[in-house]
Design a binder for this molecule. Structure first.
Ligand code: 5CA
Ligand code: ZN
Length: 409
């Protein structure tokens, strides 16, 4: 499917810096040093509701990863999926009586608008689960032929025991895995499974649910993890640089995906780094479609909130922290945007080379955006207090904030 339009990324003087990112699989910082073409897969939305601030925060983190790579003069090969058929989407369509394809299309269209407004760089390949089905079926067939998958009442499960590296992404104990599996789309209590954690690869057609030709698998629809594996392998191959998503995807989604891919190819690892963003909360609980405690990007835009202020709110948090959306954090970002805009609107100002250096250093250090914002704050405060004579400075700050933070001043 089509993605959304790209905003320009101004080229900056000097040299960009290589990134270090916190990798869930090693539990610490890793140097992320891609080749000339950096490869990243970021899990996309399940489009049964509008983009909320939690989604936006997660996509913001991976947008920054790409901006740092672009600053090092690399090309970026970015792939994202849309889970446009899955249980939650079908359940929502059932409740509202809407056609599930219409629901998915409408919410995906709104997501594109929100991403464009927030100046998130678009993926080169934006692929829906439905359009990926012809590529998914042969993978499940191969897993079955390899003895890594088995049938239970017509459904096909992946056997987690077929991957000796299973568990190395999330590094959780068995009890936690089982609990999270139940919470996040798995069915650990279904009788007859070889291991309670085994995830669905192919769900046999159910009465009243959409299904597709699955060749030797019979009619049905794909499981969630194999969807992302098929799309990533098709467009990126094994050993890509970063797999990204919110921390709720570390287990089971990214763990299972890695195992599927490793068993399929016999290669290790699926991704060189598994990077996870913290969860955004509202009223003390994780913002989630299932709980309904949501702040939608599109609602804020409709209320006249500048998307640049929304983005500055996200940037004011470290991407790995869990944080709470409040009116106060937005108000702070609105005020900061005002200060920055008035500082760059003057014809000259204090020298800004150090601002660029500091933002580069801050982002290279596991995307330390609070530190990056503090550098611009200091420059803007100096500009407000005593100004400066450097005619290139306001333009340099403005281009730096645009290129590296995605905020147009
Ligand atoms: N379609 C799957 C991924 S293949 C999915 O998880 N969709 S989603 O719509 O539920 O979430 C999209 C992305 O937003 C995921 O990376 C998820 O981890 C992230 N996300 C969801 N809720 C929050 C939240 N409250 N805070 C931060 N990130 C969130
Ligand atoms: Zn995914």
């Amino acid at each position: 499917m089509h993605a959304w339009p790209a905003s320009d990324v101004p080229a900056l003087p000097g040299e960009g810096r290589d990134l270090s990112l916190h990798d869930t699989a090693t539990g610490g910082p890793v140097a992320v040093v891609p080749g000339p073409v950096a490869r990243i897969y970021v899990c996309g939305i399940t489009p049964y509701d509008a983009t909320h601030i939690g989604h936006a925060a997660t996509y913001n983190a991976f947008d920054l990863v790409q901006r740092v790579w672009l600053d090092t003069k690399r090309q970026v090969h970015y792939v994202q999926n849309v889970t446009d058929v899955d249980d939650p989407l079908l359940e929502r369509a059932n409740v509202t009586g809407e056609d599930w394809t219409a629901l998915a299309e409408r919410e995906t269209a709104l997501f594109r608008e929100d991403m464009t407004a927030l100046r998130m760089l678009p993926p080169a390949h934006y692929i829906g689960a439905v359009e990926a089905i012809p590529g998914i079926v042969p993978l499940v067939e191969r897993l079955r032929e390899a003895g890594a998958a088995y049938e239970l009442d017509g459904d096909i499960y992946f056997s987690v025991e077929s991957d000796e590296a299973f568990g190395k992404v999330s590094r959780l104990d068995a009890a936690t895995m089982r609990m999270l599996s139940a919470e996040r789309g798995g069915d650990p209590d279904r009788p007859g499974k070889k291991n309670p954690l085994d995830p669905i690869l192919w769900l046999a057609a159910r009465e009243g649910e959409p299904s597709w030709d699955g060749g030797s698998l019979g009619p049905g629809r794909p499981g969630w993890h194999i969807e992302c594996v098929a799309i990533a392998l098709d467009h990126l191959g094994m050993g890509f640089d970063v797999q990204g998503g919110g921390s709720d995807l570390a287990f089971p989604h990214h763990e299972m995906g890695a195992s599927h891919a490793q068993v399929l190819t016999g290669e290790y690892p699926f991704a060189k780094a598994y990077v996870h963003a913290g969860m955004v909360a509202l009223h003390g609980e994780k913002m989630s479609k299932s709980k309904g405690n949501l702040v939608f990007v599109s609602d804020l835009r409709r209320e006249g909130v500048d998307p640049a202020a929304i983005r500055l709110t996200l940037l004011a948090q470290h991407y790995r922290s869990d944080w709470e959306w409040t009116d106060a954090v937005l108000a702070e970002a609105v005020a900061r945007l005002d200060r920055w805009r008035s500082a760059v609107s003057r014809p000259d100002g204090p020298p800004a080379d150090a601002v660029l250096d500091e933002i580069r250093a801050a982002l290279a250090d596991d995307l330390d955006t609070p530190r990056a914002l503090a550098a611009v704050d200091r420059w803007a405060a100096l500009q407000a207090a005593s100004g400066g004579t450097d005619a290139g400075a306001p333009g340099l700050v403005s281009r730096t904030v645009d290129a590296l933070l995605g905020v147009a001043l």
